[in-house]
Design a protein around this ligand. Structure first.
Ligand code: G1P
Length: 297
C-alpha cells in the first residue's frame, strides 16, 4: 500500500534580498498578502492536503517566523475580555499543535536541494511534500491537494508544472516531456534554469513537490549544479536516470511569484479583489485610479 503524505518541508532559509530594506528585520515569509503572512498561505495549503508535520528549514534571523506560530496567551486573553471572538478565531488558525512543527537550520546557503536535505532525519523513510512559500497559488482546490489526489494514482515523484514564456525558462526547472495523461505528464528529464535555446520545453516546475525518500539519498551524492548550488531539480532528475518514474502535474489555479516585487503586487491586487469583505470597495478604487491614470496620459 502507498504511504500517505503527512510531512512537508518548507525551505525558508533564503535572505530575501530582493525585498530589502523590508527584509532587513523581518523574514520575507512574514511579509503580508492582504492580512496574512506568506507562510500562512503555505501552511493552510499543506493542511488542506492532509499534512500533519511541518518542517521549516530556517537560517539566522528567522526567529520572527518561529514566534509567528507560537501561542500568544496574553493577546488571546485581551481579545477574550474585549469580546472579540472573531479575532480570537483568526488567531487560532495560526496555532500549531504541540510537536507538529519542527525547525532545522541550514547553516550555509548551498541551494534548495541542500535545504531539503537538511531535513532528512525528520523525513526518514516516508514520502514527503515540499512547498516553496514564494509561489502562492490561488485555486479552488488547493494545489497540493490536487497533487496528492493525482499522486495516489501514480506514486513516484511529482512536481507542479505550468507553461511559461520560452524566454523565461532560465528562471525555472524545466521538464522534458515524454507523454501527457490529462493533467499528469510523464517526463524524460528535468533541467534547472536552462537558457531558452537549450530548454527541452516551456513547461516549468512550480514550488510544490511530492517526493520519495530516495530523493534524500540522491541529494547526499549529487554534485553542485546550476548557480554552483545543490539543486533539488538534479536530485529528482537522478530518479529518472535510475528508471524510476517522475511526473509533472498541470495544476488548476493561478500562480503568483511572490519572490519578485511585481509578482507580490499582482498577488496583493488579486487576493484583495477576491476578498468578500474588501473586494467591492477595492475594485471601485482600482477603477477610479485607472481612469485617473488614463486621463493623465
Ligand atoms: C526554485 C527551483 C526551480 C523552480 C522554482 C519555482 O528556483 O530551483 O526549479 O522552477 O523554484 O519557483 P528559485 O526560484 O528558488 O531560484
Amino acid at each position: 500500500m502507498k504511504k500517505r503524505v503527512t510531512k512537508a518541508i518548507f525551505p525558508v532559509a533564503g535572505k530575501g534580498t530582493r525585498f530589502l530594506p523590508a527584509t532587513k528585520s523581518i523574514p520575507k515569509e512574514i511579509m503580508t498578502l492582504v492580512d496574512r503572512p506568506l507562510i500562512q498561505y503555505a501552511i493552510d495549503e499543506a493542511r488542506a492536503a492532509g499534512i500533519r508535520e511541518f518542517i521549516f528549514v530556517t537560517s539566522r534571523g528567522k526567529s520572527a517566523l518561529e514566534d509567528y506560530f507560537d501561542h500568544t496567551p496574553e493577546l488571546e486573553n485581551t481579545l477574550r475580555k474585549a469580546g472579540k471572538e472573531d479575532l480570537l478565531e483568526t488567531l487560532k488558525t495560526t496555532n500549531m499543535d504541540s510537536g507538529a512543527i519542527a525547525y532545522i537550520r541550514q547553516h550555509k546557503a548551498l541551494g534548495l536541494g541542500h535545504a531539503v536535505w537538511c531535513a532528512r532525519r525528520l523525513i526518514g523513510n516516508e514520502p514527503f511534500a515540499v512547498i516553496l512559500p514564494d509561489d502562492v497559488i490561488a485555486a479552488q482546490t488547493p494545489c497540493l491537494q490536487q497533487m496528492v489526489e493525482a499522486h495516489a494514482e501514480t506514486g513516484g515523484c511529482m512536481v507542479a508544472a505550468m507553461e511559461v514564456p520560452k524566454e523565461k525558462t532560465s528562471s525555472y526547472g524545466v521538464l522534458d516531456v515524454k507523454g501527457e495523461m490529462g493533467a499528469t505528464v510523464s517526463i524524460n528529464g528535468m533541467v534547472e534554469k536552462p537558457p531558452a535555446d537549450e530548454a527541452p520545453s516551456n513547461l516549468a516546475v512550480i514550488g510544490r513537490y511530492i517526493l520519495t525518500p530516495d530523493i534524500m539519498r540522491n541529494l547526499s551524492r549529487i554534485k553542485t549544479g546550476s548557480g554552483g548550488e545543490i539543486q533539488l531539480t538534479d536530485a529528482i532528475a537522478a530518479e529518472i536516470d535510475e528508471d524510476r518514474e517522475v511526473f509533472g502535474y498541470r495544476f488548476r489555479g493561478q500562480r503568483f511569484d511572490c519572490g519578485s516585487k511585481a509578482g507580490f503586487l499582482q498577488a496583493t491586487v488579486a487576493f484583495g479583489l477576491a476578498r468578500e469583505d474588501l473586494g467591492a470597495e477595492f475594485e471601485e478604487y482600482l477603477q477610479e485610479l485607472m481612469s485617473m491614470h488614463r486621463a493623465a496620459q
